[in-house]
Design a binder for this molecule. Sequence first.
Ligand code: DOR
Length: 438
Amino acid sequence: MNHSCLIQQAQILLPDGELMTGDVLLADGVIQSIAPHLAAPETGECIEAQGLTLLPGVIDPQVHFREPGLEHKEDLSTASRACARGGVTSFLEMPNTNPLTITQAALDDKLARAAAKSLVNYGFFIGATPDNLPDLREAQPTCGIKIFMGSSHGALLVSTEEFLEPIFAQGTRLIAVHAEDQGRILERRKLFTGNNDPAVHSQIQDEIAALNATQLALKLSEKYQRRLHILHLSTGIEAEYLRGHKPAWVTAEVTPQHLLLNTNDYARIGTLAQMNPPLRSPENNEVLWQALLDGVIDFIATDHAPHTLEEKAKPYPQSPSGMPGVETALPVMLTQAKKGRCSLAQVSRWMASAVAEAYGIPNKGKIAVGYDADLVLVDLETYHPVLREELQTKCGWSPFEGWNLTGWPVMTLVNGQVAYNRGQFHDQVRGKALRFEP
Ligand code: DOR
């Protein structure tokens, strides 16, 4: 054994959802044993974890980390530090960088950049265009195909059934859709021309725009029995539709923003609340929560989409859509668990094991012998607010600033190596490329 480490007397969240006080021995990046008491290794480190809770590291299945091409907003160093501080040990990143990730060469470039810079494990989507079918079928390794059905422009927009159908018809790998009806959005934009109130964003890109696209994606997925994942579900009507029409091969996710922020937040934070798909009414928050609790929605993603404060200060609609999230998502959700809205085990399932299962990521998402030692020790006893000056994301702001949260990561381990420890980063740690099994 090269590198071993003993985590002592943590409250360990086991795969059956039970908490056990005990020790976890890690060696060579893998969990070796779990027991009430284990002997300290002859070489290696001991981590005293009394009073802390040990959870599987978060796998965030939708982030926009901006490298290459948009590094003024974020880069793989700042983003992966934000991940480590937020207990995110693996991420799946989206193709709307510059150049777009629509070829094997662009995918290889991202993998090389991440190998050189990322503190945490990484995987990348390949983006669909109306004419890159061979790349979509053959590119490796990738977690899946990302289709922007709406809310995009240029090559990454695939909004009509004519161009969507061949993508669903050919190949077998997972298709993840940003489901908004671009035709409807363009029509509705005309109705609000000249209106600079960011709140109209939710009226322009309305609930029907989201439902139309989700229904179209489901129709094509059923026709070809094609593995489909619906990204950032935002409306109650989509959730209720899915409740009745969700084939076994379809999964869906929701963001903490769509669960906990709503159209009232435009008055609080203006364009910082602008994202795609937009925030909805408080009633939608409730329906999405229920769908998550009922298993209609399978897991949680942050849709971490950083933009600078300068960019966000532009008047709507010049202001860009998107909010950061990797750093706050776990404490935001653990605070909800502490309030009794869900259980600790459910939060961990939604943010780790369910994601690993959906994307076929082997040996991740659980604290079990033989699993990768991607772990986070959180403190569920103290509360600490989201403070701008502590944020690691390059954009330097959060929609949750001022929220008093519990469950902040104290230590984050990536493949058995400490990447983050009580405010300190071990910047020499590097994550690994994720594998995806069909
Ligand atoms: O609000 C959003 N911003 N939603 C997306 O899906 C894309 C993202 C971005 O890249 O800025």
